[in-house]
Design a protein around this ligand. Sequence first.
Ligand SMILES: Nc1ncnc2c1ncn2[C@@H]1O[C@H](COP(=O)(O)OP(=O)(O)OP(=O)(O)O)[C@@H](O)[C@H]1O
Ligand SMILES: [Mg+2]
Length: 257
Amino acid sequence: MTHVEHKSIDGTFDKQRNMAATAAKFLSVWDIRAYYGESYIVQGVSFDIHEGEILALLGRNGAGKTSTLRTIARLDNPTLKHGEIWLDHKPLHEMKSHQAAQAGIALVPEDRRIIPGLTVEENLLLAQIAPPKGWSLERIYELFPRLGERRKQEGTTLSGGEQQMLAIARALARDIKVLLLDEPYEGLAPVIVQEIAKTLSVIRDQGITTIIVEQNAVAALKLADRAVILDTGTVVYDGSAQEVLDDEALRAKYLAI
Ligand SMILES: Nc1ncnc2c1ncn2[C@@H]1O[C@H](COP(=O)(O)OP(=O)(O)OP(=O)(O)O)[C@@H](O)[C@H]1O
Ligand SMILES: [Mg+2]
């Protein structure tokens, strides 16, 4: 199977080939290579995710996890110079970040980016300004009762765990298909990690596809269906999450746990 782009004479994409490349795969990342200036960082990463799956994207510090998420979200840095990214038959690799967002990609960065000076509810309403609208406030508060209780409170005054919940909720307030989470458990107590994990599995059951990047690999593996491990910008493992939990040698080699 080749992944070369074939445009027909009228310029529309050859649907048959497109279907072949993405059959049964919801998000398909193929041989992406991305650079910060001259630095070659994402060095030919490929993986697929089925709809409604949770994928743990793991690897040591500097392995290229954040850069891979940023590339999928089509942020300007790092710059994608080779490869293809397909979401539900749409070519993300041809898009800018705002188009990828419209196509249904939501990146929740490590620093969460809660907007200062706005309440919880205002943070959520702001996310709903650009159509198409995603989850209603009622549905969000049902999933995150703590956010409902604190809806009049300024977002930046929430606890770390609540801010992470707000960051995830804000993504759902838009009409998204794929949630990209960069270290959502960072700095949180184990009991809060458990609470967020439970919420993420409910979100999965409602059809959202998720990639979770985590230093807390064990927690991510317990949540995930599958795992991809990166090492210096390349994929060194792609398989079941349970297998990584069971394989001590693999964990020691690439995750240092
Ligand atoms: N803006 C940047 N400019 C140049 N190099 C960068 C930039 N951001 C990251 N890098 C480099 O790219 C490589 C991959 O970084 P990345 O942040 O993707 O790794 P990571 O797996 O997310 O690591 P961590 O676990 O520390 O978050 C590292 O060598 C890093 O130094
Ligand atoms: Mg990172």
